[in-house]
Design a protein around this ligand. Sequence first.
Ligand code: F0G
Length: 431
Amino acid sequence: MKYRCVRCGKSASTLNGFTCGCGGTLEVVHAFPEVSLDVFGQRLSHIDGPFSSGVWRYKELIHPRIGTDSIVTRPEGNTNLYRRGAVSSYTGVERLQLKHEGENPTGSFKDRGMTVAVSEAVRSGANIVACASTGNTSASMAAYAAQAGLKAVVFIPEGEISYGKLAQALAYGAQVIQVRGNFDDAMRVVKEGGSELGFYILNSLNPWRVEGQKSIVFEMLQQRRWQPPDWIVVPAGNLGNTAAFGKALRELKELGLIDKVPRLASIQAEGANPFYRFWRGKHNRLEPMKPDTIASAIKIGNPVSWVKALDSIRMTDGAVEQVSDTEIMEAKAIVDSSGVGCEPASAASVAGARKLREMSDIAPDEEVVCVLTGNLLKDPENTVKYHLGELQTVDARRMNKPVQVEPDIGSIEQLLKQLNGQPMEAAVSGH
Ligand code: F0G
């Protein structure tokens, strides 16, 4: 096992500073052991131990050499793959599935990368782990650092973190530092801290995070009996998942474990779309921008993994698309009212699938898996404001407004009649 710079191709044996001397990001290059899909199938029966994790089940493809004693696991993964008629109708893609990463222990896909990167931090003797975050990374890192007994420092953009996520970071015992700036400023500080203060960085700049996030693809394929869909659609901010999914698919193909490589679609918010703009224009570098979107988790203007992500899109003959905040919140309202539910940034994948279908990039009979990256309980203020019609920049066509009533049964009966235009018994029983 070694590290390779994705920009200049130079190899390294340690993660020193987390970037190559040329400034490029590093990826893990494995010498894979012999492995067959049957092994992953047998491990589905494990009740405890690392192999019950939906990440470590694929250990040979993620971190073959680490001793099972060093593994810090909740366990994570084992998230559901849903079909919902309402989401299929909305997107125009009949055979659509939702891979719900919001079902991870701390509420997002970050736990998949974190179990691997924190295990590696412990193995390599790290003392202080650090990350920049708008919420999910901080909650996940704080939980895994607490479990491993590591000191955790979280850098958050002041006033821009979701309250529930701040609560998790504080409760799990991380030192929270509010940076006067946005996520990109916080990320820059953490990168400098990695080389100058010896922080062990746990953002997706850390290639072990990317290794863990490959398991989203492995588990989804196993749930589909190793039959790849035509498309995988994923929200895109810092581009860690886009990078991880491409690497997962490339390695599976090279190992002969799949025949067909699905196309990867990376979906950005219109107000935070540097990767989309780069893809559409013919520049040879990504231009950072000041991000602005309601989807806090993808409000990123200078994504660290863009070179890896570009590789993923090219390798899979994929697509990069953008969606507006109105499209994101509308797709979220559909996913939420189907009973599945997700955080705003996650719904970018569903909004993106709809758009790619409308533009005929996705054909009506193709099979699509949209990844929902986080839990409905993230950013609840914006969900409530949407349903109250109070979001200034969003056209809330699917709002579900609460109503007020006096506390007596007569008023309630009257109200139900008004709401349903039906007698009360029928309104209550739903007939
Ligand atoms: N979806 C959710 C729910 C996220 O939390 C994030 C990133 C992304 C998508 C974008 O990830 O790197 O794969 O493009 N959240 C970071 C955080 C910023 O701090 O939790 P990517």
